[in-house]
Design a protein. Structure first.
Length: 301
């Protein structure tokens, strides 16, 4: 066991609290802070990790654009709009794999995550959970800027709001040093992102009638069934279990938790309906329409 792990296990307080700046932000932020949950300023290393994530994903845009131009004849034949979409999806795949792995590790390896369901339970042991949220905030920030730069190609008010509330919600969690279990549960939904993107790649490559396209559609449905849909009742249980505690928290906490839960539940249920409808069409021999899954389902972050 490393010295860092020994330090975390021997500390009676949150492992992050010993390194965080304890200064309270001005009273104008009272909406977000009270005597029970104080909104703390971010330490320099947190800001550097977020900025590093932004730079990393921006760098990947140029790398993937160059590699795709050299290696993919399909990419070279696409319009500029679809090229931007192509590269954006490749970058989102990288984020999905890293953030899902970090969230799963933090939840499974930190006993406090799965043994305690109270609202203050955090998954910041080994700093994996803490780093995963920083990394995701950086990705959301990069992708939001990229989306606004190419709004015609990538934009949509739904995705803009999704990223904005993700940045605000995850940012509050980092400052409170609590509620990370709730955030990391949502991060697990990134497991479905590569299947959404791969289905789009196959369609644009003219492989819609190939068996690999149908297989990808089945894997998309399976990942949605195993990951996203079970999180609907699981997260509802978490909210109900902590309903009494929410009244002691600043208004921003229940608002962000409940609003995000309702919004994501509606979207996930609707998308699951579309995916299931497309799968049934394939199973019963009906030719699936692009308007159902590949066109309606946009890139998930």
């Amino acid at each position: 066991m490393s010295a860092l792990e020994n330090h975390f296990r021997s500390s009676s307080s949150s492992p992050i609290s010993t390194t965080r700046d304890s200064r309270i932000l001005p009273s104008s932020f009272a909406f977000f802070s009270n005597e029970n949950y104080t909104l703390k300023a971010y330490p320099q290393n947190t800001l550097m990790n977020v900025i590093g994530s932004i730079i990393f994903h921006t760098f990947l845009v140029f790398v993937f654009y160059g590699m795709s131009s050299m290696l993919s004849s399909t990419f070279r034949s696409l319009t500029f709009s679809k090229k931007i979409n192509w590269v954006s999806r490749l970058v989102s795949n990288v984020h999905a794999i890293i953030s899902f792995g970090g969230a799963l590790w933090a939840i499974c390896m930190t006993a406090e995550c799965y043994k305690r369901w109270d609202v203050v339970a955090n998954c910041f042991d080994y700093e994996v959970g803490y780093w995963t949220l920083q990394y995701t905030i950086g990705y959301f920030t990069y992708d939001l800027i990229f989306m606004l730069m190419f709004y015609k190609e990538l934009g949509g008010i739904g995705l803009v709001l999704h990223h904005f509330f993700g940045i605000v919600g995850w940012g509050l969690i980092l400052s409170y040093e609590g509620f990370s279990f709730f955030a990391l549960l949502f991060t697990l939904t990134e497991a479905t992102t590569p299947f959404v993107n791969q289905r789009w790649f196959l369609y644009e490559s003219g492989m819609k009638d190939k068996s690999v396209y149908s297989l990808c559609g089945f894997l998309l449905w399976l990942s949605w069934t195993l990951v996203r849909m079970p999180l609907i009742p699981l997260t509802f249980m978490y909210i109900m279990y902590n309903l009494e505690d929410f009244k002691y928290a600043p208004f921003a906490v229940p608002f962000v938790c409940i609003f995000n839960y309702v919004l994501i539940t509606i979207l996930n249920s609707y998308w699951y309906y579309l995916i299931s409808k497309g799968l049934l069409s394939v199973l019963f021999g009906k030719k699936p329409k692009m308007t159902s899954t590949a066109a309606t389902l946009k890139k998930e972050q």
